[in-house]
Design a protein around this ligand. Structure first.
Ligand code: N01
Length: 541
């Protein structure tokens, strides 16, 4: 390492998705030299990797985009309410070109390690091509769901057919025509892919471990007048999203589901079901805090499944029994209807577990399924997974993995920083509102806060910023207290880490509301970054 000339920049950013692109734009505008490293050969992050059939956004497109530029909002026109992956990827490519971002992005490059060098007071970034780079600030924009989970099922290497994970889908089209296809997993990815693949494949076998509460998306093309009106109202929409609980401009009904008479509640649920999208989860304020209210929502969805799916045995297998919403709410397009097709078979792997993968398909406890293609829609090692894939080491050579005890003892301040790792910022990190907020809006708030913080440090000749142990303990305790008041913590999902074998259980999403969170972050900044140690190198050495 010592014989090499080591390039140096003010900031290294990981990932060229929504987070990395905007971080680069912000830092450039504030005069920080910045380089973004991206493992893929293009921009897009999650929208670059998730090219599986049926992949689309489930927040309405007019809200699922950047709001930092009015011009950008006016220039770009979404075709439909929930556009497909390819359209979102086009948008992110447009943004990269529009703001001339590509020149500071190095593609096909993986950061393997990032070590804080205590002599230089800088981060040494290790790249997969053997290069190093020195940086004052190290910023992760790698998302919460980028570490794919391919379950360790015996025999996968012997499979004679092709297999894919939804999160690492090939760029070329996978042709299912005339093929016997098996798909494992019925989360958001599986539920989007199943109806599309079923139309093409000769036979689709769905291996379901846990059924899902899913609501019709009711996608539709946007009318020209609607788009005009939306663009005209940009400022109001932006304000409303940024001041909201969830990063979308919708207010939640403040009533309890239990306060409503049965017929009225039924009508409210029916209306939300017909409307599609996330309206259903906003019908009552206590669906995720009151078990009785939760059961009313759950039973309504079960009744819909029983109406749609013609075979009552299949319908029953598709009816979830756990609490509504403790796994992420899914939106679908003709998901339950797909089980009425003759070429679709549902296999309940709780009833008859997968024993192994053979050369010819999947062996369960009581059957063998001949397959030519297997799709793993088996999700991700969420929240900590993407960070733990990189060897991130702070003071005294302690890694993030060691500090957080493999995920059993995650502690952050504001979900943005963690003690012992100076000048490390995590965009939508653990214990920030992240995935339970409209992501682009959550990202914008983080990026702007980080860029402002760096600007403040430079203006005040401060070289290092690091939270105090006390501040992060208080933040983590607050996060846990808020989460423990909800039903989320009772579910087995990637939210709680229960989807990954051996992963310590913890709930790492801040549930206090995006509006409160933003206000709190702003107050921290206004109070000269209270809770942080601000260090000048002159006084350290
Ligand atoms: O992953 P998941 P996903 N044997 O973890 C099953 C976002 N997203 O990729 O529930 C058999 O939700 C597992 O079963 P169980 C969104 O935030 C958004 O679908 O653990 N089955 C489950 O059914 C989402 O929440 C969009 O019992 C196994 C499935 O695999 C997140 O990404 C689209 C298994 C995994 O579901 C993750 O969604 C797509 C095994 N060994 C994703 N291991 C949008 O619409 C796992 N499973 C924007």
């Amino acid at each position: 390492m010592s014989s090499q000339t080591i390039k140096e920049v003010d900031a290294v950013v990981l990932g060229a998705g929504f987070a990395g692109l905007y971080m680069l734009h912000q830092l450039r505008s504030k005069g920080f030299s910045t380089i973004v490293y991206e493992a893929g050969d293009g921009v897009g992050g999650v929208w670059y990797w998730n090219r599986y059939p049926g992949a689309r956004c489930d927040i309405e497109s007019i809200y699922y985009n950047y709001t930092f530029s009015k011009e950008l909002y006016e220039e770009w026109t979404w075709t439909s309410r929930f556009p497909e992956q390819a359209e979102i990827l086009r948008y992110l490519n447009y943004v990269a070109d529009r703001f001339q971002l590509r020149s500071d992005i190095q593609f096909n490059t993986r950061v393997t390690a990032a070590h804080f060098d205590e002599k230089r007071h800088k981060w040494m970034i290790h790249l997969n091509d053997g290069q190093y780079i020195l940086t004052r600030y190290f910023i992760t924009g790698i998302g919460c769901l980028s570490a794919a989970n391919v379950p360790n099922i015996q025999g996968l290497q012997q499979f004679n057919g092709k297999w894919y994970h939804t999160g690492h889908w090939p760029h070329e089209k996978v042709d299912f025509t005339g093929k016997r296809v098996g798909i494992i997993g019925t989360g958001s990815s599986g539920i989007q892919a199943i109806p599309v693949i079923a139309k093409e494949a000769e036979q689709l076998t769905v291996f379901q471990r846990t059924p899902q509460y899913t609501i019709p998306a009711r996608n539709h093309a946007y009318e020209e007048d609607f788009i005009k009106e939306t663009k005209k109202n940009f400022e109001a929409i932006k304000r409303s999203m940024r001041n909201s609980v969830s990063g979308t401009p919708f207010a939640q009904n403040q009533q309890s589901a239990m306060e409503e008479p049965d017929d009225k509640r039924q009508a409210v649920f029916e209306k939300a079901w017909a409307q599609g999208g996330f309206a259903f989860s906003a019908t009552y304020h206590d669906l995720l805090t009151n078990e009785q209210s939760n059961e009313k929502a759950a039973e309504f969805i079960r009744s819909k499944i029983r109406q749609i799916v013609k075979d009552p045995v299949v319908a029953e297998k598709l009816c979830p029994k756990y609490m509504y919403g403790t796994k992420r709410q899914v939106l679908d397009s003709d998901y339950f209807e797909t089980y009425n097709r003759e070429n679709v078979l549902l296999v309940d792997v709780k009833e008859s577990p997968i024993q192994k993968i053979t050369g010819e398909g999947i062996q369960t406890a009581d059957n063998h399924f001949d397959l030519e293609i297997i799709i793993f829609a088996t999700g991700y090692d969420g929240m900590t997974g993407p960070l733990f894939k990189i060897d991130i080491r702070g003071r005294n050579g302690v890694s993030l993995k060691e500090k957080w005890k493999d995920g059993a003892a995650v502690q952050t301040y504001l979900g943005l920083t963690t003690a012992g790792f100076p000048n490390l910022f995590m965009i939508t990190g653990p214990e920030s509102p992240s995935v339970l907020v409209n992501m682009p809006i959550a990202i914008e708030q983080h990026v702007e806060w980080i860029a402002e913080c760096m600007h403040y440090l430079r203006e005040h000749d401060i070289d290092l910023v690091e939270p105090t142990i006390e501040a992060e303990e208080a933040w983590s305790t607050h996060c846990r207290d808020v989460a423990n008041a909800t039903l989320y913590v009772k579910g087995d999902s990637w939210y709680t880490g229960a989807n990954i074998e051996g992963k310590p259980r913890s709930f790492l999403i801040y549930l206090g509301g995006f509006d409160y969170y933003t206000k709190h972050c702003n107050e921290v900044a206004q109070n000269n970054y209270v809770g942080f140690k601000l260090m000048k190198l002159k006084s350290i050495s």
